[in-house]
Write a protein that binds this ligand. Structure first.
Ligand SMILES: [Zn+2]
Length: 369
């Protein structure tokens, strides 16, 4: 058995190899969907990969996704491979149907972007995007959120506007204005798109088939970039008095936070992967959450995402070897994947604990079931 650090890859291709190797060795059923019309940063083909195991007659399911936000996939991919390779899932395969989705957004994973091939944020896109989505404040801040020019230090002359907005409306409103999701500016940050993505169409086909006999499913979508450095944070949007909300508290205790209106200061999100899966499984009880691992400050994350958006839409650089390109990508990768031994070990340990808590919770008979 390898050390947990060994499962953290340096590229999408390497992460994919580790995932395929561990899931194939474990005897899981694996299959692949190639993203059409696009290639990766090294010219490679891009795939969403699937690994399925566990009793086909089980009525409980577990779904674990990596790479919804592309570059954040280094973390989730490592967890998937490590848990598979260590035989961790074996204990649960009698009673549970387990589906691992690797690189939900393979384009972003390979190109070190948080968004997909169409600049879409997949964790905002699982909603009705045929209607206009524009959070209050976004258009007003458009020049500073999506600048067409950036200084060498990645700032703009208008950055003060952000502070002024936060001062007038509060930091929570500022975050909501920027990050809630919009489909008016296709070259802007937090774009939801206006129609279902390739990733959504693929999952729509795969998930109901994988969980045919399942009546209750736990969904864990692995992310990075929110919370304290190396610490696990569970985000969901169930009210405390709902069945799923109670289960989240029961399973995860102090690690979990609800973004349901009036329960917290976390920006409530619409169009998350969890919302998508819930719609894909209309007769199944779905308990869905995001597992975040902290990296750097949120403001730092936003500045580097803005620079990456500028790089892909306005910098007029085509060469991924250009020093400016490399500089931004290096910072972006570090903001979502610090990659130090301490961070990787913390993530591996806590990640396993969270998966264990969810699986044990799903499988133990409880009064509210
Ligand atoms: Zn994320």
């Amino acid at each position: 058995m390898s050390h947990c650090r060994d499962y953290f890859a340096n590229s999408y291709t390497e992460a994919r190899q580790k995932f395929l190797q561990s899931t194939t060795s474990a005897g899981y059923q694996t299959w692949h969907q190639q993203l059409p019309d696009h290639h990766g940063a090294a010219g490679e083909k891009l795939y969403m990969d699937f690994a399925l195991c566990g009793n086909p007659k089980a009525t409980t399911g577990f779904l674990m996704l990596s790479g919804t936000h592309g570059v954040e996939g280094f973390c989730g991919s490592a967890l998937q491979s490590q848990l598979t390779d260590s035989g961790f899932f074996q204990e649960y395969t009698q009673e549970c149907r387990i589906l691992l989705v690797h690189a939900h957004n393979p384009y972003g994973f390979s190109w070190l972007r948080r968004v997909n091939e169409s600049n879409i944020d997949l964790n905002r896109s699982y909603q009705d995007t045929s209607v206009t989505l524009l959070p209050e404040g976004y258009a007003q801040l458009q020049d500073v959120i999506n600048p067409t020019q950036l200084r060498d230090d990645l700032s703009t002359p208008n950055d003060l506007q952000l502070e002024q907005y936060a001062h007038t409306h509060g930091p929570f409103q500022l975050q909501q204005a920027i990050t809630s999701g919009q489909n008016v500016f296709p070259q802007g940050m937090y774009y939801t798109g206006t129609q279902p993505t390739w990733s959504q169409q693929v999952l729509q086909e795969v998930i109901p088939q994988a969980f045919t006999n399942v009546s209750e499913v736990g969904v864990l979508d692995i992310h990075t970039g929110l919370g304290k450095f190396g610490e696990a944070l569970i985000l969901h949007d169930y009210g405390h008095d709902t069945l799923s909300g109670q289960k989240m508290q029961q399973w995860f205790g102090a690690k979990q936070q609800s973004s349901a209106p009036s329960t917290s200061e976390v920006t409530p999100l619409v169009g998350t992967v969890g919302h998508g899966v819930t719609q894909m499984l209309p007769t199944t009880t779905v308990h869905s959450c995001t597992l975040e691992f902290g990296t750097v400050d949120l403001s730092q994350v936003l500045y580097i995402l803005r620079a990456d958006n500028w790089l892909h839409h306005h910098a007029a650089l085509q060469d991924p070897q250009d020093p400016k390109w490399l500089h931004i990508k290096k910072q972006l990768k570090a903001a979502f994947y610090p990659g130090t031994d301490a961070w990787c070990t913390a993530v591996a340990t806590q990640g396993q604990a969270v998966v264990q808590e969810m699986l044990n919770g799903l499988l133990q008979p409880s009064i509210s079931r």
